[in-house]
Design a protein around this ligand. Structure first.
Ligand code: ZN
Length: 430
């Protein structure tokens, strides 16, 4: 079936040509319209004319969250205020909010990219899409909703939380698609299970945004909500918002919309490209963003590119799930550790539930220890000792460090509707 939201590159072979044209346009647009970018580019000795190949991206200066904070609120503004139609903001790690501005074309491009996600997830115009993510300054709620309307399905804009309202609307309106964070999806699944509502639902698909999910979480959602397909949607406020990529269901890899941005995967320490398939930081350069273009924006998110063609037929490239944040990387006994690696290990071990915490601390004798507290699976049959042994050996194999494991009752760990904190570094550095 022909896509209603096809790639802007006519064929996969045309992608590089399309990206080069977009890179040239972006550098010129930023140079001519943003004092910030002009200064940065001049400092790096780059003029718009000097960009002649895709390799020239490596001559461009990097952009960081600190740059957005320093130029708050309109740090990257590259279009006149008369042409701006909206701002969105996300919480910045440095204290100041990150504010991003959009022209109408930016909003249209975002909706088109996001509608492509709904299409790839196999939605039809008959679908009823319940949106349980945040509205307001965030890009989430309005992003899911406007793209749903552009796609032509029925949007049910509820916002996050309020499980009772979610379940009653889901039953009354016979919702077919539920959009939420992974934590929220888990809470809903457990609530539906507790109240025995599963047979009253007509839910077919779940689209998850904003947060890593473990395979135990997905299993609980599938089982308790009776859904078959769960998709991960990706996106940062800085790069329009959610909807710039989607896991198609063939493995956990995510197709990303390379006709709208260039994704580099760089070693966070050296800022050089990593070898193909290696983990590195995602660095974004947009190709047609007017209000707040990005040139080599360091996202701090870690992933790796996945090579080869995908069975689903989508020819746009893929990256792995987000495997952590380069800021979250902790050094433990001389080894770099990020929470996504612990996820991966726990996903492979039978008998564990979806919730876990990693605690790092000092023993009385001053030695470092890692304790993984993890919930037993809901109906786990395996003896504790066996489960713990498998986790310990998985961690040793993957992270090359020793750990201790404590199994706790299913349902005893905190759950939240937003992102759940998993890594607790309790070591004291004197
Ligand atoms: Zn695919």
């Amino acid at each position: 079936m022909l896509s209603r939201f096809p790639s802007k590159a006519a064929t996969p072979a045309d992608l590089a040509t399309h990206q080069l044209a977009g890179l040239k346009w972006t550098v010129r647009h930023a140079f001519e319209n943003s004092p910030f970018y002009r200064e940065q580019l001049e400092k790096a000795g780059v003029t718009p004319e000097s960009i002649v190949s895709l390799q020239d991206i490596r001559r461009l200066p990097f952009l960081t969250a600190q740059d957005l904070a320093a130029g708050y609120p309109f740090a990257l503004r590259s279009a006149p205020f008369a042409d701006l139609v909206r701002i969105h903001a996300s919480s910045g790690t440095t204290g100041k909010r990150k504010v991003l501005c959009y022209t109408q074309k930016d909003i249209d491009d975002w909706q088109t990219m996001f509608a492509r996600c709904y299409e790839l997830a196999g939605l039809t115009r008959e679908d009823r899409v319940q949106i349980a993510v945040g509205y307001g300054l965030w890009t989430a709620g309005i992003g899911f909703q406007q793209a749903c309307e552009k796609f032509g399905a029925l949007a049910i804009p509820v916002g996050p939380g309020n499980l009772e309202l979610q379940t009653s609307l889901m039953i009354d309106l016979q919702t077919t698609v539920f959009c939420c964070t992974a934590s929220m999806g888990l809470l809903l699944a457990e609530e539906v299970h507790r109240q025995g509502l599963r047979d009253k639902l007509n839910l077919k698909k779940i689209i998850l945004g904003a947060e890593r999910s473990s395979s135990a979480m997905l299993d609980t959602m599938r089982e308790c909500l009776g859904v078959k397909d769960i998709y991960d949607i990706t996106g940062l406020t800085e790069v329009y918002g959610p909807g710039t990529g989607l896991s198609c269901g063939h493995g956990s890899a995510i197709h990303y919309w390379a006709d709208h941005f260039i994704l580099e995967i760089l070693d966070p320490a050296t800022l050089e490209p990593v070898a193909p398939g290696e983990v590195g930081e995602m660095v974004f350069t947009t190709l047609c963003k007017e209000g707040a273009p990005l040139i080599r924006y360091r996202s701090r998110d870690l992933t790796r590119l996945i090579e080869g063609e995908c069975e689903c037929g989508c020819t746009l490239p893929r990256h792995d799930r987000i495997l952590g944040r380069s800021d979250d990387v902790v050094i433990f006994r001389g080894v770099n550790i990020y929470p996504g690696q612990v996820d991966e290990v726990l996903n492979r071990v039978d008998g564990v539930g979806s919730e876990y915490q990693v605690h790092l601390g000092h023993k009385d004798d001053g030695r470092d220890y890692m304790l993984i507290r993890v919930e037993r699976a809901k109906d786990g049959q395996l003896p504790d000792e066996q489960v713990c042994k498998r986790i310990i050996s998985g961690i040793k194999h993957t992270l090359l460090v020793s750990c201790e494991v404590e199994l706790v009752e299913y349902g005893s760990m905190p759950r939240s509707e937003r992102k759940t904190k998993r890594l607790f570094d309790e070591r004291r550095f004197e």
